[in-house]
Design a protein around this ligand. Structure first.
Ligand SMILES: C[S@@+](CC[C@H](N)C(=O)[O-])C[C@H]1O[C@@H](n2cnc3c(N)ncnc32)[C@H](O)[C@@H]1O
Length: 231
């Protein structure tokens, strides 16, 4: 099986011989790839949607992988036991939902070693949660697929230190390595912020004035990061 760039980048973070759960697996491509390529010894694919899970059960049956891939129907980590897995994947969901899943079943979260998280939005809020809750972000990846950018976070339990507020939004690890897509990712974000400025520039309420200043400051911070990368 060939994975998309995004799913491949997620799979690349999974350590060899891991026991992994892919929460919200949907199509089940990641567990299947990890087992077929002998990266994981065992995989659990879960989903809150019975429709999604039924598809995977069928798919796994056709591949004869039922002994290596478990499927479970349920909400987040509720279907995983403490110490059952060492590696957790939560991908393709909003950062706030990922945060809630990590927070809701702490008895399970506390026993996991590797966290591979790919928020579709709200990466900033997810990084804030991780830093405030004793996770150490060890590596990040930025993937471009069909003109969209995807941030992938690899974390373990530990202490993170964030030097500047903007680093919750733009990963300091990506800045340090001058990631090849980072400049265009920031420029894309700045373009979106400029669109917001354009929309609210003539609105004369206290709230919109505050928002205008906030967005201006963010653009300034983004420019600072661009200078850091280019400098
Ligand atoms: C957009 S799909 C992402 C599929 C896959 N992880 C990927 O990255 O391509 C999100 C999946 O998460 C599932 N999901 C949403 N909330 C969930 C939760 N609390 N627990 C488990 N699965 C959930 C949805 O049913 C859906 O199948």
């Amino acid at each position: 099986m060939k994975l998309s760039n995004r799913l491949m980048a997620i799979a690349n973070f999974v350590p060899k011989n891991s026991i992994v759960a892919d929460i919200g697996t949907d199509h089940g491509y990641i567990p299947v790839y990890l087992i077929e390529n002998s990266i994981s010894k065992k995989a659990i694919g879960t989903d809150i949607s019975k429709g999604s899970l039924d598809k995977i059960i069928e798919y796994i049956k056709t591949l004869n992988l039922e002994d290596k891939i478990d499927t479970r129907l349920g909400d987040g980590l509720e279907v995983i036991k403490p110490f059952e897995i060492d590696t957790l994947i939560i991908a393709g969901m909003g950062g706030l939902l990922i945060r809630d899943i990590l927070e809701k079943n702490k008895d399970v979260t506390e026993t996991i070693v590797n966290f591979i998280l790919q928020p579709m939005v709200a990466a900033k809020e997810l990084r804030e949660y991780l830093v405030e809750n004793n996770f150490k972000i060890l590596k990040e990846e930025l993937v471009k697929e069909e003109n969209k950018y995807y941030e992938i976070i690899f974390a373990k339990k530990g202490k993170s230190y964030i030097e500047k507020e903007i680093h919750y939004e733009i990963s300091p690890l990506l800045i340090k390595e001058k990631h090849p897509f980072l400049k265009e990712f920031i420029q894309f974000r700045m373009m979106e912020l400029n669109k917001i400025l354009e929309e609210i520039k003539d609105v004369n309420t206290e709230k919109s004035k505050e928002r205008y200043l906030e967005v201006m400051n963010k653009i300034k911070d983004y420019k600072g990061v661009l200078e850091e990368i280019e400098g």
